[in-house]
Design a protein around this ligand. Sequence first.
Ligand code: UDP
Length: 244
Amino acid sequence: MRKTIDILGVPVDSITMSEAVAKIDSFMNESGVHAIFTPNAEIMMAAQRDPELKEILSNADMLTADGAGVVLASKLLGRSVPEKVSGIDLVQNIFKTCASKGLRLFLFGAKPGVAQEAAEKIKAANPGIVIAGCRDGYFTPDQESDIVNTINLSCADLLLVALGAPKQEKWIARNKNVLNVKVCIGVGGAINVLSGRVQLSPDFFRRNGLEWLHRLYKEPRRAKRMMDLPRFMIRVMWEKFTGR
Ligand code: UDP
């Protein structure tokens, strides 16, 4: 049974990292395509403005709390999630399952060449893992069915879609019915990180919920988007005190 917490109308799973990994492992033995997203405060706010995105998130098979903002929001609402389960940490844990069980991985997204670089790093860190294929994330609408065919022909079990939000969520929702993978995960900038081209924030920032501060320093062009973090906290406080 899924245990979710309603945060501004989005049902976030109350789940630990190890439970999330076990659940994904069980999805691999079920029929159908399972969609997993890892919303952070920016995505939660985007969902308030975009009913289509909210609907897609609400229909996902798993939503994990990616980021200190979502974890804090759950605490403020008195329905605390057990821990942060970020997309990058989640996929790195699932790679171990893929390697031990012979599950096939497809990397879709990021600039040309980056997914291949990520694949090499993933293979080095997870001996035995099978990379079924890679595809960059830049395409025209008429190329979309070819991309789906390529993914299906690769016989991938796990598909990582790294097109940024909300593009990846919408791509997965649009193509879920024609894909024959077991699990799709929207992973934002994770392929950049896996390739080594982008570094995660240092541990101190990650452990203390200050990743946003480090990211703002490294990528000041994100400042406008990052205003969604305080907006999100204000919305959560409003919900807490007014019940609306
Ligand atoms: N991207 C892509 N296709 C697009 C737009 C973006 O593949 O049409 C990729 C981009 O190259 C980057 C990722 O999507 O690798 C988005 O990264 P970002 O860190 O902005 O994502 P977030 O995690 O913040 O959603």
